[in-house]
Design a protein around this ligand. Sequence first.
Ligand code: GDP
Length: 296
Amino acid sequence: MFDNLSEKLGGILDRLTGRGALSEADVDAAMREIRRALLEADVALEVVRSFTERVREQAVGATVVKSVKPGQMVVKIVNDELIATLGSEVQSIDLNAVPPVPIMMVGLQGSGKTTTTAKLARRMTERDKRKVLMASLDVYRPAAMEQLAVLGRDLQIDTLPIVAGQQPPDIARRAMEAGKLGGYDVVLLDTAGRTTLDEDMMTEAAEIKAAANPHEVLLVADSLTGQDAVNLARAFDQRVGLTGIVLTRIDGDGRGGAALSMRAVTGKPIKLMGTGEKTDALEDFHPSRIASRILG
Ligand code: GDP
């Protein structure tokens, strides 16, 4: 992820820093190149526009500051704006509520929802010392329920017993009841995805949300799908309401557009990123570190 973008932005900015003075025309030319590089990386058009406009405004003003080389000033401005676009601060999962704290995972089939549920459960158990219950609400794919049960057994983390014939909102209520009776700190609800953004999935997610009143609703989105992931986030946020985003497959060779657009388009923070298939491959999303990776 980010390799291509990093190479291009690095090249553009290197050419700028190599020069003594910058005219407004130089800045404009650089902004056109940056704009092209971001669009090629699949960053949403609205985000590219506002990003380059903000950088341009500051860069034109900055070229008159004598103490620092103008090119270096522009690099700093681009870096700061990248961080701002990515969300500035690390945003962690909020567990500050009466236990058992319900956390609902939503997203398309294959986005990495079940894997991320297990990763999160593992991190909360091992690092945060919480007692976690995982529940699969995927009544359409018995294999998905079994997948979570297998992950739970491997990690020695409890999963809600599977009861055939129950509807997702009822499973959510049963999970919360089991969470209370069993003295769990957190209940992770792994909902069913669909292959595309569809109305049934949204309706079902809204019903589950009403049944469980989750403290966090996390969208798990595949970063390799670029612009589609951004549209998905917008739709889910409008229909169901999100508190955060988990971007998966950051270890893949995606162009980085989703990571850069998500926060700006939805206003919701990217809280975590999946960096591999194993259950320990989950990391906090650090805007400043990602910005450094993008700038190389
Ligand atoms: P779900 O249908 O949304 O529950 O998706 P799964 O959790 O079953 O994941 C689908 C596939 O993606 C599995 O093969 C996972 O191992 C893989 N996967 C999930 N997250 C990541 C990630 O961050 N990186 C990589 N490389 N693979 C991932």
